[in-house]
Design a protein around this ligand. Structure first.
Ligand code: ZN
Length: 311
């Protein structure tokens, strides 16, 4: 049973809203690409679990916790009846080397990258202590799962908690064999506790420096993210990929993008009209805002916030 879904990380949302509107630096492009790859890898792993895991389990996707003033993030956590399994999912591609002597990790033989085992063991230690503080003594195990079929790791010794792409299927079979029991109330209690401790409102790191004025305006394609959109009747059409989307949906999505990029700014009719590149008339923009958002100040400088519950 899924206790928490995975959603696109806020940082990735920000970069994908920004990319068609702003010239990212080489380093920012790299950050964006890493975030994208990381998220794709996590989704890939989610699909494998959904397809192959047949035993009784609880799953929490993308958990951000804090213990002792230290933040730690868990890509995937599975609660089996007798053990909790943590997964650090890595979508690395190409040849990598593990240097046991130095306990270091290299990409393309010589470029040093952070050893993912360190990240994993930190999360395992902190989670253990956090659960203990809440009265749960649990059996906890973690693995770094390399999801990309084109990943190769040299010098790997079997004592490392690394799962290679070729080992994932057999790992799933092993879980199915080893966990024949049923999820208990204690298991559910742990899951509930962890969800309640999840930090959903975290600050985004590595934000590029941009202003409203310097961003390209217009509606982006919901499929390919380009700004090559034409409007005809109730629909937006993408000249790049041919996808279409209802104007209403596209405007609502544009408002959400605006909110991600400018969390402090107020959503007004004029701002959104400009943000959408003047493609949707002010009257129509206002109609859509009224329908999907709540007017917070009824005076002249009224602005909108997303309607809750009813939407
Ligand atoms: Zn498109």
């Amino acid at each position: 049973m899924e206790l928490k879904k995975r959603t696109m990380p806020k940082e990735l949302q920000l970069f994908s809203s920004l990319a068609p509107r702003f010239e990212l630096s080489t380093k920012e492009k790299q950050t964006y690409s890493n975030l994208q790859k990381g998220y794709e890898g996590e989704l890939m792993f989610d699909r494998i679990i959904a397809d192959q895991l047949q035993c009784d389990y609880l799953i929490i996707k993308d958990l951000l916790l804090n213990f002792d003033s230290k933040d730690f993030q868990i890509d995937t956590l599975i609660i089996f009846p007798t053990i909790i399994q943590l997964f650090e999912v890595k979508n690395f591609e190409g040849e990598h080397v593990y240097d046991k002597e130095k306990d270091m990790f290299y990409k393309n033989m010589n470029y040093e990258i952070q050893n993912p085992e360190h990240q994993l063991s930190r999360a395992v230690t902190l989670l253990k202590r956090l659960l203990k503080q809440h009265g749960f003594q649990v059996n906890l195990q973690g693995t770094v799962t390399f999801i990309n079929p084109e990943f190769t790791l040299y010098n790997l010794t079997p004592d490392k908690p690394f799962i290679l792409p070729t080992q994932i299927n057999s790992l799933m079979r092993k879980f199915n064999q080893n966990h024949s029991g049923k999820i208990t109330n204690q298991n559910k209690g742990i899951g509930k506790k962890l969800i309640s401790l999840h930090q959903s409102d975290y600050p985004i790191k590595n934000i590029p420096d941009y202003t409203f004025e310097e961003l390209n305006k217009g509606i982006t394609c919901h499929h390919c993210n380009s700004l090559s959109i034409s409007l005809k009747g109730h629909y937006c059409y993408c000249r790049e990929c041919g996808e279409k989307e209802k104007v209403q949906q596209a405007v609502v999505r544009s408002v959400q993008e605006f909110k991600i990029l400018f969390p402090e700014e107020k959503v007004t009719k004029a701002k959104i009209f400009e943000w959408c590149g003047g493609m949707v008339s002010e009257q129509r923009t206002l109609r859509i805002l009224k329908q999907h958002f709540q007017l917070l100040n009824r005076k002249r400088w009224g602005y909108y916030e997303r309607k809750t519950a009813s939407n």
